[in-house]
Design a protein around this ligand. Structure first.
Ligand SMILES: Nc1ncnc2c1ncn2[C@@H]1O[C@H](COP(=O)(O)OP(=O)(O)O)[C@@H](O)[C@H]1O
Ligand SMILES: [Mg+2]
Length: 257
């Protein structure tokens, strides 16, 4: 089996993140599904999507980062699961053999970090030409009871465990920007310390760290395993196709030269 590509679609792309109630963007979900269906790549594909307004507002309402709340846990999972069903349905309608994988059911956390995740089903799906679709979720935590599991944490974990060839992070911005709003084409573990002061959280309700959260995870992964990631603007038509074809776009995060 070829090494897989891990592609994350931000909650900022498939939902209206400024909405206080869950609001999906079905037109965008359909466009992305069609781009995935039409891509001609020989690598197996693992998809991960963010929770956007299906997760972050509920997590905030029930203070899930601060306390265990059974009702909040249940309602947040039900909400992100409904978004995942929309994404999977759109993919299947477009001809992609997609299946849902809910992190709540296969991942264990310790102090908010994945301590264990069952990836054998994902491996077997890839082996059979299927496309697993994971998502930002809530998950059980051996110290805290439960916590939020961000898609941005799932991506490097799965990429490393499955020996991914490369990673794509489709967000609502043209990669990592500097203090003048200019795109930074390449970030490495060696340059990250000088750049991190320009990188902030999210402009919307996002309880999992926004851009800084992503870059931190991916810089660490590049340093540790050599797997590179590209953060790109997935809001434009054709962007997913271009990423899958291997075009230079957004910001490349890679190991030191
Ligand atoms: N230096 C930076 N470069 C790019 N984005 C940044 C930077 N600092 C903060 N951000 C914010 O991070 C956001 C992307 O993170 P987030 O809202 O969590 O998106 P997603 O839904 O894709 O996870 C951008 O829209 C931007 O508002
Ligand atoms: Mg986010």
């Amino acid at each position: 089996m070829n090494r897989p590509i891990v592609l994350k679609i931000g909650g900022s792309i498939i939902t209206d993140k400024s909405s206080a109630v869950p609001k999906a963007l079905p037109g965008t979900i359909e466009r992305i599904a069609k781009e995935v269906a039409g891509a001609s790549v020989s690598n197996p594909l693992i998809l991960v999507h963010g929770a956007g307004s299906f997760g972050h507002s509920l997590a905030k309402q029930f203070k899930l980062k601060e306390q265990f709340d059974a009702k909040g846990l249940i309602e947040t999972h039900r909400s992100v699961k409904s978004l995942n069903a929309m994404v999977v349905d759109a993919l299947v309608s477009a001809g992609v053999p997609a299946l849902p994988v809910h992190p709540l059911s296969c991942a264990m956390l310790k102090q908010g970090r994945i301590s264990d995740m069952q990836t054998a089903p994902i491996y077997e799906m890839l082996n059979r030409g299927l496309v697993p679709v994971l998502h930002g979720d809530v998950a059980m935590d051996s110290m805290r009871g439960a916590d939020i599991l961000s898609g941005d944490q799932i991506v490097p974990y799965v990429a490393r465990k499955m020996g991914a060839e490369r990673i794509g992070i489709g967000s609502n911005i043209d990669g990592v920007l500097d203090n003048e709003g200019q795109n930074i084409p390449v970030v490495t573990p060696a340059t990250f310390d000088g750049i991190r002061k320009y990188i902030g959280g999210s402009s919307h309700t996002d309880v999992t760290g926004g851009m800084l959260g992503k870059v931190q995870e991916l810089v660490e992964l590049a340093g540790m395993s050599g797997i590179s990631s590209r953060i790109f603007d997935a809001s434009a038509a054709g962007s997913i196709t271009r990423f899958l074809q291997g075009e230079t776009m957004g910001t490349l995060i890679q190991k030191n030269k």
